[in-house]
Ligand binder design. Structure first.
Ligand SMILES: [Zn+2]
Ligand SMILES: [Zn+2]
Length: 132
């Protein structure tokens, strides 16, 4: 067990599984309690609504969501790219599709590249030869 800086408050603490100092850990547990408690009486809330109602930081709520402490279906949070409210994954449908399109386009580009650059190279080569 070594010493580490708390990722929340920066204080030095004896390393643990939670990766934050005991003080912050306790606070995070309290926050988690509050959020879970709040969601118990409600079907669906946005990240902002939960934040307003409980005072818990967005970052902490998202962490709870990703760690499975709170159900994803109970909460809407903004897409990491455009801010549209979503309730699963990290990006909205549109942004995930954009990224897929991007990858797809890159793929095709990749496939055509060798042919193009080969053609270009021989053209350049021919020019160089012609110049001499
Ligand atoms: Zn701390
Ligand atoms: Zn988006």
């Amino acid at each position: 067990m070594g010493l580490a800086n708390c990722s929340e408050c920066g204080k030095v603490y004896v390393e643990n599984a939670a990766r934050v100092c005991p003080e912050c850990y306790r606070r995070q547990e309290d926050d988690a309690e509050k959020v879970v408690e709040y969601l118990r009486d409600i079907d669906k809330a946005t990240l902002e609504e939960i934040h307003q109602a409980t005072g818990v930081k967005h970052k902490i709520i998202l962490r709870l969501l990703r760690s499975g402490r709170i159900m994803g279906s109970a909460i809407s949070y903004p897409c990491e790219t455009c801010g549209t409210l979503i309730d699963e994954g990290r990006l909205c449908d549109k942004c995930s599709k954009n990224i897929l399109d991007q990858i797809h386009t890159d793929d095709q580009h990749e496939k055509h590249e060798p042919q193009n650059s080969q053609r270009q190279r021989s053209r350049m080569y021919g020019k160089v030869l012609g110049d001499k």
